[in-house]
Design a protein around this ligand. Structure first.
Ligand SMILES: *[C@@H]1O[C@H](CO)[C@@H](O)[C@H](O)[C@H]1NC(C)=O
Ligand SMILES: *[C@@H]1O[C@H](CO)[C@@H](O)[C@H](O)[C@H]1NC(C)=O
Ligand SMILES: *[C@@H]1O[C@H](CO)[C@@H](O)[C@H](O)[C@H]1NC(C)=O
Ligand SMILES: *[C@@H]1O[C@H](CO)[C@@H](O)[C@H](O)[C@H]1NC(C)=O
Ligand SMILES: *[C@@H]1O[C@H](CO)[C@@H](O)[C@H](O)[C@H]1NC(C)=O
Ligand SMILES: *[C@@H]1O[C@H](CO)[C@@H](O)[C@H](O)[C@H]1NC(C)=O
Ligand SMILES: *[C@@H]1O[C@H](CO)[C@@H](O)[C@H](O)[C@H]1NC(C)=O
Length: 491
C-alpha cells in the first residue's frame, strides 16, 4: 500500500509541475487564436506581453510582427528551421539588448528589419552579414554607442539605414566610402546622435545622391567655417538632408560658453566667408571628364556645350557622353571654356546642372613628374658629391691615422647628409627604410624610394588606418613582421 501512495504523490507533483509550465509553453508555440493574428502569410503578435518569439512558425510566413512585447534577446535558435519566405521582421519596442551573431542565418530573405526603440548598445562585427537582400534597416531610438567597422558588411542591397537617436560618436564613413561601402545606400540617418566631428573632405567628395540622403542634424558638432561651407554648398544644391531639417542643423561654439548656434548663421557668428562653387580648370590638350552629379541615382542625362550645342552620339564633336552620363572632352582647347549644362530627367525629378570650365592656354607639363624627377636628380647629385668629397678628403686618413675612428666618421657624415636630405618626407615608414638603407647610398635606390613615396604615399597610410577591425589584426601582424623583417618569425 505505501508504495502506491508514494506513486500517487509523485504523479501529483509531476502534474502540478507540468500545469505550472503550461503558460510558458503556450507563450512559445504559435497560437493563431489567442496570441497572434494569422492572415495567410502574415503573423502578427503585437502587444501580447510575449517574452519569446513563438516557435513552429509556418514556413510560408512572409511578415512577422512581434513589436511591443517583452523580448530581451534575439537568440540563434529563435526559429528552429528556415523561414525562406520571411521578408518583413518587426521587433520594435521590445527591450532587446542582445542579438546573437547567428540570429539571422535562417531568415536570409529579409528585406525589411525593424529593431527600433529597443535598448541595443553595440553592433558587433559581421552581425547582419547573412542579410544580403535587406533593403531597410531600422535601428533608431536605441542606446547604440559602438558600431564595429564590419557590422554592416555584406548588406549589399541595403538602401536605407536609420541610426538616429542613438549615442553614436564616430561618423561611420566606411558605409559610404571605399571598397566595403554599401553600394545601394541612398539614405543614412545619423541625426540626434553624439557626433562632434564630420569627415568634411570625404563627405564633399561623395556623389550628390548619397549626400542627398545623409542626415546628420541635431548632433553635437563643433562649429567651424568648413562645416558652414559644407552646409552652404548642400543648401545651394538643394540636397534634402540640408533642406528638410534646416532648423535642427546646429553646432556647438568651440569657445568656453559652448553656445549652440544655427549652422546657417555661422557666417555671422564666426565670420565665415561665403561659399562659392569652384570652376573646373584644365590645361591645353588635356582630357577632361565632367560629372553630372545628380541628386538621384538613376537619371537619364543629356549635355549641352557652351554654344548651346546639344551633344548627341551622331554629331561629330570632340565631346562624348559616357555610358554613366559623364561628359568627356578630348584634347581640350581654350575655346572650349564656358558653361556646360547637364539636363537630368527621371520619373520623380528633373534637374539642371551647370559646370563652368576654364581652359588655360598652355599645357600642363606633367607637373608632379617633373618635380619628382628634379628632386630625384638633386638627391642623386648630392649623394654623389658627398661620396666624391669623402673620397677626396677622407680616404688618405685611412692610410695614415687611426683607421677605425675615421671609418665611423664616414658613416656619420653619410648619415647626417642623408638625414638632411630626407626630412621633407612625412612618411615615417620611408624614413625608417632610408635609415636602414643608409649604409649603401645608391642614387638608383633613392630614386625608387622617391617614386614610391611622392604620388600617393599618404593615401596608402590613410587607407590602412581606415581598414576594418578584422583587417586591422592582419595589418598589425604585417607591420610586426615588417619591423622584425631581419629576424625570421615563425608563428
Ligand atoms: C500585458 O501586461 C499588462 C500589464 O502587466 C496588462 O495590463 C495587459 O493586459 C497584458 N496584455 C495581455 C495581452 O496579456
Ligand atoms: C514546410 O514545413 C513543413 C512542415 O512544417 C515541411 O514538411 C515542408 O517540407 C516545409 N516546406 C519547405 C519548402 O521547407
Ligand atoms: C536632438 O537630440 C536629442 C538627443 O541627442 C533629443 O533628446 C532631442 O529630442 C533631439 N531633438 C530633435 C529636435 O530631434
Ligand atoms: C571678419 O573678417 C573681416 C575681413 O576678413 C575683418 O575685417 C573683421 O574684423 C572680421 N570680424 C570679426 C568679428 O572677426
Ligand atoms: C569630323 O570632324 C573632323 C574635324 O573636326 C573632320 O576632319 C571630319 O571630316 C569630320 N567627320 C565627319 C563625318 O563629319
Ligand atoms: C521633367 O521634364 C519633362 C519634360 O522635359 C516632363 O515631361 C516631366 O513631367 C518632368 N518631370 C518632373 C518630375 O517634373
Ligand atoms: C593661345 O596662345 C597662342 C600663342 O601662344 C596664341 O596665338 C593664341 O591666340 C592663344 N589663344 C587664346 C584663346 O588665347
Amino acid at each position: 500500500m505505501p508504495p502506491s501512495i508514494n506513486w500517487c504523490i509523485r504523479w501529483a507533483v509531476c502534474l502540478s509541475c507540468i500545469l505550472a509550465l503550461i503558460p510558458k509553453i503556450r507563450g512559445s508555440t504559435l497560437n493563431c487564436h489567442k496570441m497572434c493574428i494569422c492572415a495567410s502569410n502574415i503573423v502578427s503578435c503585437s502587444k501580447m506581453n510575449l517574452t519569446m518569439i513563438p516557435s513552429d512558425l509556418p514556413n510560408y510566413t512572409a511578415v512577422l510582427d512581434i513589436s511591443f512585447n517583452e523580448i530581451t534577446g534575439l537568440r540563434a535558435q529563435w526559429t528552429k528551421h528556415k523561414l525562406p519566405n520571411l521578408h518583413n521582421l518587426l521587433l520594435s519596442h521590445n527591450g532587446l539588448s542582445f542579438i546573437s551573431s547567428e540570429a539571422f542565418i535562417f531568415v536570409k530573405q529579409l528585406r525589411y528589419l525593424d529593431l527600433s526603440s529597443n535598448v541595443l548598445r553595440q553592433l558587433d562585427e559581421f552581425i547582419f552579414e547573412p542579410l544580403i537582400h535587406l533593403e531597410v534597416l531600422l535601428l533608431y531610438n536605441n542606446h547604440i554607442s559602438q558600431i564595429d567597422r564590419t557590422a554592416f558588411l555584406g548588406l549589399g542591397s541595403l538602401q536605407k539605414l536609420y541610426l538616429s537617436q542613438n549615442l553614436v560618436s564616430r561618423f561611420p564613413l566606411e558605409l559610404v566610402k571605399d571598397k566595403n561601402r554599401l553600394d545601394k545606400l541612398s539614405l543614412l540617418d545619423l541625426s540626434s546622435n553624439r557626433i562632434k566631428v564630420l569627415p568634411i573632405q570625404d563627405l564633399q567628395a561623395l556623389p550628390a545622391y548619397i549626400k542627398n540622403g545623409l542626415y546628420f542634424h541635431n548632433n553635437t558638432l563643433i562649429c567651424d567655417c568648413e562645416l558652414y561651407s559644407l552646409m552652404a554648398h548642400w543648401n545651394i544644391r538643394r540636397l534634402n538632408s540640408a533642406l528638410d531639417f534646416k532648423d535642427d542643423h546646429t553646432c556647438v561654439h568651440p569657445g568656453p560658453d559652448k553656445r549652440v548656434l544655427r549652422l546657417y548663421e555661422l557666417n555671422i557668428h564666426m565670420n565665415c566667408s561665403t561659399f562659392k562653387e569652384t570652376d573646373r580648370e584644365a590645361y591645353l590638350e588635356q582630357t577632361l571628364i565632367l560629372d553630372c552629379d545628380t541628386r538621384h541615382r538613376e537619371m537619364s542625362k543629356t549635355w549641352m556645350l557652351p554654344g548651346n550645342v546639344v551633344v548627341s552620339p551622331g554629331n561629330n564633336l570632340s565631346a562624348v557622353v559616357l555610358p554613366d552620363g559623364d561628359l568627356e572632352l578630348k584634347t581640350i582647347r581654350p575655346e572650349d571654356s564656358g558653361v556646360y549644362t547637364c539636363f537630368a530627367v527621371s520619373e520623380y525629378l528633373n534637374e539642371t546642372l551647370y559646370v563652368v570650365v576654364k581652359v588655360h592656354n598652355f599645357t600642363l607639363n606633367g607637373n608632379g613628374d617633373t618635380l619628382n624627377t628634379a628632386y630625384t636628380t638633386l638627391v642623386g647629385c648630392l649623394a654623389s658629391v658627398v661620396l666624391v668629397l669623402i673620397y677626396l678628403y677622407l680616404t688618405p686618413c685611412r692610410c695614415f691615422c687611426c683607421p677605425d675612428k675615421s671609418k665611423n666618421h664616414h658613416e656619420d657624415s653619410i648619415h647626417s647628409s642623408m638625414l638632411s636630405v630626407t626630412p621633407t618626407h612625412e612618411d615615417m615608414a620611408t624614413k625608417a627604410e632610408l635609415n636602414r638603407h643608409v649604409a649603401f647610398i645608391d642614387p638608383k635606390d633613392l630614386q625608387g624610394q622617391n617614386g614610391k613615396v611622392n604620388p600617393n604615399g599618404d593615401e596608402e597610410v590613410d587607407e590602412e588606418a581606415m581598414q576594418g577591425k578584422g583587417k586591422r589584426k592582419k595589418s598589425v601582424a604585417d607591420s610586426i613582421s615588417s619591423v622584425f623583417s631581419d629576424t625570421p618569425i615563425v608563428v
